[in-house]
Design a protein around this ligand. Sequence first.
Ligand code: RB5
Length: 156
Amino acid sequence: MHIALGCDHGGFPLKDRVASLVVAAGHTVVDCGTDSDCAVDYPDFARKVGEVIIAGRADRGILICGSGVGISVAANKIPGIRAGICHDYYSAHQGVEHDDMNVLCIGARIVGEAVAVELVQAFLGAQFTREERHVRRLGKVLQIEQDALAGKFATP
Ligand code: RB5
């Protein structure tokens, strides 16, 4: 797979380790920055990773910020992105298997390198099961997205 990888300064300490892990697992990294620990704004990198995925230049993404929260909130604003903040092994693979999560979000100030390695490996190794109940639930998630885009949540 092609994996879009992005982070802010809070996530930068984990970026190189995650990138090498992706490559070691036989995948390709699409580097979406940031490239140093200078302070930047996490939405910019959530946006880059999302754009790369939606454009078909990556299959999935990994986003890292300080807590994982801001960058997951930002990524989920992009239609077609299903980002999950995962700080445990189970969620990192189950999010793909049941929810078709296509972006893994990690907080570098929350988990250390060893846990991050397990999260990335779990995420990369998982596939959406396509079981009927998960397809049905995913369809409902996508319907929420379509309704929001169509303005159905707008207040009168
Ligand atoms: C940056 O200081 C920090 O706010 C950011 O990395 C992230 O934790 C936001 O959710």
